[in-house]
Ligand binder design. Structure first.
Ligand code: ZN
Length: 95
């Protein structure tokens, strides 16, 4: 069984990775000091601004943001499916 500490740590690692990856992929500037914090919808992969996210929920100590209530609902129905994808996605793809 997944220990919640282990899972939270895996998500944090993925978050670190994701910031670097997004900067590289989309050419984002350093947005951390003046633009709203962006987070990825784990269901559909869309980037949402945390402050204006249409839906959000706390899961295992992490706040997750969704682009819509529908995505949040899909996550609630099967959270391990989407969290599992996040952890797997932490492996850096070859360039
Ligand atoms: Zn979504």
């Amino acid at each position: 069984m997944f220990g919640s500490q282990h899972l939270a740590a895996a998500i944090r690692r993925e978050n670190d990775y994701r910031e670097a990856y997004m900067e590289e992929t989309f050419g984002l500037q350093d947005y951390s000091d003046r633009e709203p914090v962006r987070s990825r919808d784990v269901v559909c992969g869309k980037v949402v601004e945390e402050q204006s996210a249409p839906a959000k929920m706390e899961y295992d100590g992490e706040m997750l943001y969704f682009c819509s209530a529908a995505c949040k609902q899909r996550f609630e129905e099967e959270p391990s499916r989407y969290i599992g994808q996040r952890v797997k996605a932490a492996v850096r793809p070859p360039r």
